[in-house]
Design a protein around this ligand. Structure first.
Ligand code: ADP
Length: 161
């Protein structure tokens, strides 16, 4: 049986923290689908298409990782893709409460799909897409936190304003 995992999120944009989680997941599953949520209440900086393109370029190095997007409920999408698991990253205790609630609600909606949590390298444990955007807006250096091409797009988008 092919073991498929979904790694859902907004990926606005994808960071080296996300990539660290993906790499860990590639050692556990046969196939990983990075799935970008379409119904976004967070008013993303990048369009869905831009986020998808950045993620696709960043995951190119792994043969068993692909990028997709989904509308509606995550568990419905996971079932459609025949996934056995949802992967989420856990950075700190602050992530825990929200993730715990989501995992238990998703289990309630579909008991066949397991949520698993992976911890990134400690140097990425304080990294988020939100903080990266803030640093770029304020003129700081984000080398080492996002793939170089993502860094360039961030600068273009945020500093041209
Ligand atoms: P969401 O809007 O669903 O939180 P994100 O794109 O912000 O989407 O994150 C997707 C997943 O990746 C979440 O599980 C989040 O906790 C995790 N994540 C984000 N940044 C990191 C990081 N630096 N290290 C590990 N996991 C991370």
């Amino acid at each position: 049986m092919t073991r498929i995992a979904i790694y859902p999120g907004s990926f606005d944009p994808i960071t080296n923290g996300h990539l660290d989680v993906i790499e860990r997941a590639t050692r556990l599953f046969d196939q990983i689908i990075v799935a970008i949520a379409e119904n976004e209440s967070k008013e993303p900086l990048f369009t869905l298409k831009e986020r998808e393109q950045m993620a696709a370029a960043a995951i190119h190095r792994w043969k068993n990782v692909s990028v997709d997007h989904f509308p509606g409920l995550l568990v419905d999408y996971a079932a459609k893709r025949k996934a056995c698991a949802i992967v989420r990253g856990l950075r700190a205790v602050s992530d825990f409460e929200f993730e715990f609630q989501m995992a238990l609600m998703n289990r309630n909606l579909n008991p066949d799909i397991e949520t698993i949590f992976l911890m990134p390298k400690d140097e990425y444990s304080y990294l988020s897409s939100r903080i990266i955007k803030e640093i770029v807006r304020l003129g700081g250096n984000i080398d080492g936190f996002v793939p170089p091409s993502v860094g360039e797009l961030l600068v273009q988008k945020l500093r041209s304003k």
